[in-house]
Design a protein around this ligand. Sequence first.
Ligand code: CO
Length: 295
Amino acid sequence: MDKKILESYKKAGKINSQVREEVLKMVRPGMKILDLAEFIEKRIEEIGGKPAFPVNIGINEVTAHYTPSASDKTEIKKGDLVKIDVGVHVDGYVADHAFTYCSEKNGMIEVAEKALEAGISVIKPGVRVTEISKAINGVVEKAGLGVVINLTGHGLEQYVIHGPPKIPNVGNDSGEILDEGMVVAIEPFVLESNGIVKDSEPVEIFSFMQTRPVRLPEARKILDMAGNEYNGLPFCKRWMVKKGFSPFKTSFALKQLETVDAMKGYPVLKESRGKPVAQAEHTVIVGNPSVVTTR
Ligand code: CO
């Protein structure tokens, strides 16, 4: 891997780890997740990175793609499983990192962390994806728990968050092999028994797909920002409101952009039976002994 690219990954990882430590010192029941998301995104910029996607804060069965809206009133309650998934990028090189906070002791968090470590421990150039999955699932099964089977780890590339290969958390016959220098995020989602997530409301997060002629001036501006400022990385309605667009016009423009396939929306993903989920995630450079986001 090019030295400059490696430095960017390391810097992004360091920022992400530092923000995690700051969050763990302040997060507590009663806190608004809007304040938490805003704090995290502000700190990322202050220490020299950029958010690679809006901070995802998923409580209990809300598993992924939930970022607070500009008027979100949700507060963290005692015993909630709060998944905090943060992306930091430096020049487009992304450190993707997640952890779960709970005010009470919850065994699923520990299992998610252990499964993550087990997955990371087998990563080396030439490893088959299926070996990583097996290592992750072995820990989860041994604990008598399950995983979300339709959420996977993934490859990372410059300005690409969900690149190939997919790294499932359940046994599979993937023939794919990880080569030296590939960057992957490993992320087990752990719950009481194997489950799936389903698309749900709301849709707050979007990303650029292609340029399309649109009439609405707000839609044109948002499309331009999505392509040029965010370089195709996901953004959210809250960020648009912060830039001075009204919530109504933002929603209207994004709906129009989605209709013409200029923009893709990411619906909130909820566990289909309403079961609470824990998550842990690190970003790893294959063949590099250190994990990008440090523990
Ligand atoms: Co990820």
